[in-house]
Write a protein that binds this ligand. Structure first.
Ligand SMILES: C[S@@+](CC[C@H](N)C(=O)[O-])C[C@H]1O[C@@H](n2cnc3c(N)ncnc32)[C@H](O)[C@@H]1O
Length: 204
């Protein structure tokens, strides 16, 4: 595992949160996310959702708003403090549970979650650490769990983070997940990033 490189990325995000710089929040939510919530609710009566790399918890809270019990985890303590505060102020804290922690060392029981959101984390997992990412999520997700994944597309400007085509994601996630739906942000875009969105279903 490349611990040093991964820690540098975590520190980078924590610094941004401390400075109040969160450009990824200016990215309009994809219609696929709404579909994902509906599919998740239909798939299990009391679905448990993990928001991996949840940041300040805005999507975790959105899930709780549509009555999904949602757990959010993020490496940035600053972001998690904000998430807890927002959940309290929106009055749905009882439906959310936040923790500061590492996606590569998840503190949850095996087969615990029916669904997972990864919006903007996977493209920051270094290639040498990818298998550890998969080992962690595969352990905590139930068979047939649904995943909403949003990653930088090949049209994203070059910068921090990796870029993926649909074929790349099929090759990486296809060993463990079936792709249910894919959508790309429209071009041209005024959003700060260009994302590829997918709904996936765990096959094992
Ligand atoms: C682009 S932001 C996306 C945040 C959130 N998902 C959203 O859409 O607003 C990426 C997030 O991943 C978190 N992160 C980076 N490395 C992480 C790790 N190893 N474990 C958990 N979270 C991590 C960062 O702190 C940051 O909040």
């Amino acid at each position: 595992m490349n611990r040093e490189g991964q820690s540098a990325i975590k520190n980078h995000f924590d610094r941004l949160y401390k400075q109040g710089i969160t450009p990824w929040k200016n990215h309009p939510p994809s219609s696929l996310l709404i579909r994902f919530f509906a599919l998740l609710k239909a798939s299990a009566a009391k679905a448990r959702l993990l928001d991996l790399g949840c940041g300040d918890g805005w999507l975790t809270i959105e899930a709780a708003r549509v009555s999904i019990a949602a757990w959010g985890i993020d490496a940035s303590e600053t972001a998690i403090e904000r998430a807890e505060k927002s959940a309290k102020s929106t009055g749905i804290a009882s439906k959310t549970k936040f923790a500061a922690g590492d996606a590569l060392d998840l503190p949850y029981e095996d087969n615990f979650f029916d669904g997972m959101i990864d919006r903007g984390l996977f493209h920051h997992i270094l290639t040498e650490n990818r298998q550890l990412y998969f080992d962690n999520i595969l352990r905590v997700l139930k068979k047939d769990a649904l995943v909403y994944l949003a990653v930088f597309s090949e049209n994203n400007p070059e910068g921090i983070g990796q870029r993926f085509t649909g074929k790349d994601i099929a090759a990486l996630f296809g060993r463990y997940f079936r792709i249910i739906q894919t959508e790309k942000d429209k071009l041209p875009t005024t959003a700060p990033a260009h994302l590829l969105h997918l709904i996936l279903k765990k096959t094992q």
